[in-house]
Design a protein around this ligand. Sequence first.
Ligand code: FAD
Length: 292
Amino acid sequence: MKMIELLQKDTLSISFEVFPPKTDSTFDSVKVATEEIAKLRPAFMSVTYGAGGGTSRYTLDIAKNIKELYGVPTLEHLTCVSSSREMVREKIAEIQAAGIENVMALRGDIPKELQNVDRSRWDYQHAIELVRELKESGADFCIGGACYPEIHPESVNQKEDIHYLKEKVDAGCEFLTTQMFFDNNLFYNFLYKIREAGITVPVIPGIMPITNANQVARAIQLSGSFMPQRFKSLVDKFGSDPAAMKQAGIAYATDQIIDLYANGITNVHVYSMNKPDVAEKIQANLSDILGK
Ligand code: FAD
């Protein structure tokens, strides 16, 4: 099923993100974890591409598995920045052949070792070029793009970031998913600004349940997200007690989702990080709201 159809519901829908394994030896454990999450029957599941320590090689296998065994709509991520046009075209053909209908078109992070090289001759500089490549492939994909309520770390300012976001949407993105945030007001402000800039496609907020104290530093480093005092207090209080931290982090994420829904947002994506127990608890916390 296409994402754009899924996003039409006016009641709360929760979706989960998983990432592929790093190595062959961890493939089976990731497969089991993603299957456990699929059994919760989320609105859809996204599978990252080479992010979060996973490798691009397994993204399609995991996505196909979720779709074929559990019938859960799948959103396959694809990045372009350090790939050749030939590689990207080959990947697009494979995704199409596997019957995956939804693709998240991403630039990808510049690998550390390539940050100082001349990138002007690379086949792709920005995600918009991948959106165009997907369109030109002739496949009937529903294409999504990433967006950043707290601006992308490389952007000079929000105005410029939103300007390029509008170009990306105009090139063919039918929906957007946000970077994680821990203060919903940042998301509401962002939504107001992009609507004002003429971006009208559905925007899915991405919520990351922080379930251990070490994750906090990594989340900030990856996303540059602002940590509200309410969240910092929670980490101060429970950070040294793993079970309590997990419970508090899940409660915080649940609270964010309830507030989003109360403010008219019907689709929320949860960065569940291959943790079926976390996905299950969030879903259980929302059971009456979700009607599950
Ligand atoms: P772009 O849209 O290209 O934007 C990157 C920067 O370039 C921004 O500052 C933007 O303002 C600027 N820009 C855009 N277009 C232009 C232009 N034409 N000219 C000049 N500047 C421009 N990474 C992975 O490796 N794998 C994943 O699976 C993955 N999934 C993600 C999912 C979500 C929801 C999000 C939010 C991020 C994800 N990422 C993933 C991380 C992402 O790849 C990085 O954040 C990356 O740095 C930017 O990707 P982008 O697609 O937003 O890039």
